[in-house]
Design a protein around this ligand. Structure first.
Ligand code: PEP
Ligand code: MG
Length: 756
């Protein structure tokens, strides 16, 4: 018999023994005592101990074979303390021939462990939590093999189940102290998809219950696994064939489909089956291990792929067990708010969309796939809400405020009424904005302003039609790059840009070249960590240093716009030379196209973002080089005031409506006007009615904003007399004030200007 077969035999026999122990009678304590004895026996260890996690991250010795019985329920270690604590803290096994010399070793005299030198501990994992630690020890300095570690890990699955079903530690004990009360509660998170949703909680329990853990016949289990993988892949292919959500969604699914093909993943599951688990228990085990290990990874991309893996594992379990943990439609509330630890990209689509009013996540970030999907479906999302899954119960009334990143649990009637009213008011407002869609964007005194859309995903494009925007003033090309598993090649980019131009249907589109770095991280691009990424190697600095990327992007833009107009804009330009260098690359690509006899765009216009203050002192030279300028007020404000735009503590500190910022903007508008270079503002301020009012009064005639800003800004403009606002604002720009916001707001109110 080969050694591997022998090892697998040990695991299988042990599992069979444990199954008998579990099936036999007796108290939990008695069964635990038998379990540790059986493990020690099978693994030729003198000691086997089981530590269980109690409230406050304390690990208590619950059962032992080999250590002193008087230590049971008395010996306790904090997570992170000693070797046992270390196993729990990292969710990773530790195997040492000489435990005593390890720096983390913490000697507990009451246990009598001074006799034992070697140590092997593995975490007991259930769901995403470490619920205890299983340890074996030997007198001799024994090196434990990888197979022994894996056998112990397999056994912990059975133990985890025993601990959970017997509730040796009650769920309440493990809840945070303030989470038990059934009082209304307000929790904070981050807003990832805007809007407000009211409804009842549906706990998203992807966990399919794995009933059978120990296999009778491993070959049969492997067959079941193969069959389930086959039907899983078929199901994913069918999903990929539906082109309902636009290109990015396909990318998300393709990335996800790649996981299903991952040989490492499938092999780990097969190995677990070989060690005696059923196919479903093996999927669960591999997944639990991966989850706990990946949670230690700080790379946000890798962490996010965890959600994909989670989704995949659950889907595979469904194929094996034939049921989902999801409530049937009839059990879903009419207005449902999904409460999730994590959510896979396809899981959201398993629910009936017409019922989902919001999503709350314990994890998540802007680039998480499920969030991209939720945004596409206009579902408000609040993420990073700590412990929400343990605090909320099914059918709890909830409010998700996706505009401010807050969640109300069991809200009082007053809070509910307030949100109900604002939801109704929002609906009325939306109807009003829809009514001005086809009316001119013109002020009472005849000032026309071009209101454009900021976009970045194909799903944004229908807004061009819904809002009646004049075109796309800023297309952030990096967003589709972020949603993909790898850098898109020229062909894929041509297809994408072509679709955008098709959908714009003749309206102008300004494509901004790749603006990555800072907060926009490409998953497949691992740059060096930087102290100040916003001021670091980002945007045009990267694409000038890696000109092939820029050349490919420009080549794709040119090819996608043959026979049409092409507008290209370069981001984060800090000196005219950078713009000149970028234009040179563009010229190379245009020449290449010409040389090859390929058709060209009808017209190519080149502009720059103005978002680095240094450019303000290079205006004459800059204006000679560009066909248009777009002011990125988000970054301009950040650099002008040295205030991190992503830091919530700074968000209210300085104001875009400060005389300093407004004067910079006014002088820019004047300089561009004098040079007859069209200028627009495309930062967030352009989409807020009061700020837009100031910008128009300062002389801007083109503003680009997100879709939700167009209705309110147009309504404001149509109610304003621009000359009057300018006359009021101008003299105040020289006053040393923190902000002109209140003054301008009062003026607007006094003069009937609709601020929304
Ligand atoms: C800006 O900086 O104002 C801008 C529009 O660009 P982004 O927000 O993409 O940095
Ligand atoms: Mg910017």
């Amino acid at each position: 018999m080969k050694k591997a077969d022998g090892d697998a035999d040990v695991a299988r026999r042990l599992l069979a023994r444990l199954r008998d122990v579990m099936a036999g009678g007796g108290s939990v304590q008695e069964r635990l005592d038998k379990v540790v004895r059986a493990i020690a026996d099978s693994l030729r260890a003198e000691v086997c101990s089981c530590y269980v996690m109690r409230a406050g991250e304390v690990l208590e010795l619950f059962a032992t074979y080999g250590l002193r019985q008087t230590a049971v329920h008395n010996t306790r270690l904090r997570t992170g303390e000693g070797l046992v604590g270390e196993v729990a803290a990292h969710g990773r096994p530790v195997a040492l021939a000489d435990a005593w010399s390890h720096p983390s070793f913490a000697y507990r005299p009451e246990t009598g462990e001074e006799l034992y030198h070697s140590f092997m501990g593995v975490p007991i994992i259930r769901g995403s939590r470490v619920s205890g630690v299983l340890v074996v020890q030997n007198r001799e300095e024994r090196g434990y093999s990888q197979v022994e570690v894996e056998t112990l890990e397999t056994v912990t699955m059975v133990l985890a189940e025993l601990l959970a079903t017997a509730q040796v530690v009650s769920r309440e004990e493990l809840l945070p102290a303030d989470g038990i009360a059934l009082l209304p509660l307000r929790l904070e998170g981050i807003a990832l998809s805007p809007g407000v949703g009211l409804g009842m909680a549906v706990l998203h329990e992807p966990q399919v219950r794995v009933g059978r853990l120990v296999a009778e016949d491993p070959e049969m289990e492997l067959d079941r696994l193969r069959a389930a993988l086959h039907s899983l892949r078929g199901q994913l292919d069918a999903m990929l064939a539906i082109d309902e959500m636009g290109g990015e969604f396909q990318d998300v699914l393709e990335a996800y489909r790649m996981f299903a093909e991952d040989a490492g993943w499938v092999n780990r599951i097969s190995d677990a089956v070989h060690s005696g688990l059923t196919a479903e228990a093996a999927v669960q085990k591999v997944h639990d291990d991966t989850r706990v290990r990946m949670q230690q990874v700080s790379d946000p991309y890798i962490r996010e792929r965890l959600h994909d893996l989670e989704d995949l594992a659950n889907r595979l379990l469904t194929h094996l067990v034939g049921e989902t943990g999801r409530p049937a439609l009839r059990d879903m509330p009419e207005d449902a708010i999904l409460v999730c630890r994590t959510l896979g990209p396809t899981e959201l689509l398993d629910y009936d969309r017409t019922h989902i009013r919001g999503v709350i996540l314990e994890e998540g970030s802007h680039t998480m796939h499920a969030v991209i999907v939720a945004r596409a479906m206009n579902i408000p999302v609040v993420a990073q809400v700590k412990d929400v899954f343990s605090i909320v119960e099914n059918w709890d009334p909830l409010i998700v405020d996706g505009d401010h990143g807050q969640v109300f649990i069991r809200p009082s009637e007053d809070v509910r009424d307030t949100f109900e009213q604002s939801l109704q008011a929002r609906k009325r407002k939306l109807a009003q904005y829809a009514a001005v869609r086809d009316l001119p964007a013109c002020s009472k005194d005849g000032v026309n302003v071009s209101l454009m859309l900021n976009a970045g995903l194909l799903i944004d494009l229908p807004h061009l039609h819904d809002t009646g925007a004049a075109g796309i003033g800023l297309y952030r090309t990096e967003l589709p790059f972020m949603a993909r598993p790898s850098l898109p090649d020229v062909g894929a980019q041509i297809a994408l840009y072509g679709r955008i131009l098709d959908q714009a249907n003749g309206k102008p589109v300004v494509f901004r070249t790749l603006d990555v770095g800072s907060d926009k991280v490409l998953p497949y691009w691992h740059g060096q960590p930087e102290d100040n990424p916003a001021m670091g190697w980002r945007s045009i600095r990267i694409t000038l240093d890696r000109p092939a990327i820029l050349r490919h992007q420009l080549r794709a833009l040119i090819a996608s716009a043959t026979g049409r107009d092409l507008r290209i804009m370069f981001p984060m330009v800090a000196e005219v030379d950078e713009l000149v260098a970028a234009k040179r690359i563009l010229a190379l690509e245009l020449n290449r196209c010409e040389r090859r006899g390929e058709p060209l765009p009808d017209m190519v216009k080149v502009g720059t973002m103005l978002e680095v203050p240094a450019l303000l002192w290079q205006l004459p030279a800059l204006l000679r080089e560009v066909d248009f300028i777009s002011i990125g007020s988000n970054d301009l404000m950040q650099f002008l005031f040295a205030t991190d735009r992503g830091n919530p503590r700074m968000s209210e500190r300085y104001d875009t409506l400060s005389p300093a910022m407004l004067k910079v903007l006014r002088d820019l508008a004047r300089a561009c006007d004098a040079a007859q270079v069209p200028v627009s503002v495309c930062g967030e301020m352009a989409g807020r009615p009061l700020e837009a009012l100031a910008l128009i009064a300062l002389g801007f005639r083109s503003l680009s904003m997100s879709a939700s800003g167009i209705g309110p800004v147009k309504t404001m403009l149509r109610s304003a007399d621009v000359a009057g606002v300018r006359a009021y604002l101008d003299p105040m720009l020289d006053q040393p004030r923190h902000s002109l916001r209140n003054a301008l707001r009062s003026f607007a109110c006094d003069h009937g200007i609709a601020l929304g």
